[in-house]
Design a protein around this ligand. Structure first.
Ligand SMILES: *[C@@H]1O[C@H](CO)[C@@H](O)[C@H](O)[C@H]1NC(C)=O
Length: 179
């Protein structure tokens, strides 16, 4: 009987600890800023972006983007614009050309930013969802959530094209979020 009470007591103590620890782990509502470069690579020996569905209709712009084109990616994220600079994480997700406007393709993008080596945030992820109007100088996408340090996160991403060579692009992302 005594041991039964001890187990019950231990369970209650554990629950109290979880109740105290979990909200703290979820964040305190402060703003965070992440900055990195994303390497969307279709070409080369190990492409990280792969077209998995060909769209229909006429190309919307030079380069041959069509309505419905669907790409899956596991792009490398680096600290600086060079692919050789320090890797901080990966962007894993998909984007679909979801606009029919000629000369102005826009993608519906959905991705997880997985921070594998980002000082202060390693192991946390950010869920991004939004419209990537590729011809605009700066695009704004939504941060719809996150995990780890970014549990319950809300925010936005300012997305720019840093350089573009053929189909390969380097994107510069500023992520502002509250968690
Ligand atoms: C898409 O079309 C191109 C050109 O016709 C072809 O090379 C490629 O295999 C197609 N990809 C898919 C996923 O259907």
């Amino acid at each position: 009987m005594a041991s039964h009470h001890l187990i019950t007591l231990a369970a209650i103590v554990l629950q109290l600890q979880l109740a105290v620890v979990c909200p703290a782990a979820a964040g305190d509502g402060t703003m965070h800023h992440l900055h990195f470069f994303m390497h969307d690579g279709y070409t080369g020996p190990r492409p990280t972006a792969v077209l998995i569905v060909n769209g229909t209709g006429a190309p919307l712009m030079s380069g041959g983007v069509r309505f419905g084109d669907t790409v899956v990616m596991d792009d490398v994220l680096t600290e600086g614009p060079s692919r050789a600079s320090r890797a901080v994480g990966r962007s894993q997700g998909t984007y679909v050309t979801a606009s029919m406007e000629e000369g102005r393709p826009a993608m519906l993008l959905s991705m997880n930013v997985v921070l594998t080596d980002y000082p202060g945030y390693t192991g946390s992820t950010v869920a991004v969802m939004g419209r990537n109007d590729v011809t605009a100088a700066v695009r704004e996408l939504a941060v719809v959530g996150g995990t780890g340090r970014f549990r319950m996160a809300r925010g936005y991403v300012l997305w720019k094209t840093a350089s573009w060579k053929g189909k390969d692009a380097v994107l510069e992302l500023d992520v502002y979020l509250r968690a």
